[in-house]
Design a protein around this ligand. Structure first.
Ligand code: G3P
Length: 224
């Protein structure tokens, strides 16, 4: 399972890239707009922080296939390495995806809410499909089950398209996606923290510290 960070906040990316085994960063127009800064400066800074090899997913701002392709080519040229253009599922997006597949530019088809949307995106040549779990849960859908069904259908048809699940509100949704065999999750840093946290872990760590200091005081192994 790959962990990706869903933010364009530079300091957060710098921090999480150091502390977590991240596979890359995803953005979308809402995430970029939150930063109120120059687009190219922002995305090139993200690329500098994560390095060339990690994935960087940036969404197109275009609506017509030809323009999407033009924008994707420019993004790929400037951001290099593991770059993927995010395209919301729609007819123009599918047309662009088929062309980008021929050009060797990776596509993440996003704003996916159903397995049929994911299946046809995969058929068009998307490298990743991005279902939105929490937005489905919010309308009394079953986001993690939709992600699970997408995994099953892609496997059934022998597709090499990967499921990059987005939109999380809690660690349990991440856990369910992992159980379903989803290939990647893209999460807010708070979710990463929630994934590694457990009150029993805190208690265990406190116990180790208490027992050690009761015998050795402030000494650490380095002091012996
Ligand atoms: O990339 C899509 C993702 O950012 C959506 O998350 O939390 O806005 O539903 P959210």
């Amino acid at each position: 399972m790959l962990y990706i960070l869903d933010t364009a906040d530079i300091e957060t990316i710098r921090y999480c890239n150091e502390y977590y085994p991240l596979a890359g960063v995803t953005t979308n127009p809402s995430i970029i707009a939150k930063e109120h800064t120059d687009f190219w400066e922002l995305v090139t800074q993200i690329r500098e922080i994560i390095g060339k090899d990690k994935m960087l997913h940036v969404q197109t701002t275009q609506k017509e296939a030809e323009k999407i392709v033009e924008e994707a080519k420019l993004l790929k040229e400037k951001l290099e390495g593991g770059f993927y253009v995010k395209i919301p599922i729609c007819e123009e997006g599918l047309k662009a995806t088929m062309r980008l597949k021929e050009l060797g530019i990776g596509v993440t088809m996003t704003a996916i809410f159903t397995p049929p949307q994911a299946l046809i995106a995969a058929k068009a040549g998307a490298s990743f499909v991005a279902p939105y779990v929490n937005r489905l849960d919010n309308i009394i859908g079953d986001g993690t089950e939709v992600a699970a069904e997408i995994v099953r259908q892609l496997a059934h048809y022998g597709s090499d398209c990967k499921v990059l699940v987005a939109s999380f509100k809690n660690a349990e949704q991440v856990h369910k996606c992992a159980s379903a065999g989803c290939h990647c999750v893209t999460v807010d840093p708070k979710i990463l923290k929630a994934v590694i946290s457990h009150p029993m872990t805190d208690a265990a760590i406190k116990g180790f510290e208490r027992d050690w200091t009761s015998v050795y005081g402030d000494k650490t192994i380095l002091d012996f």
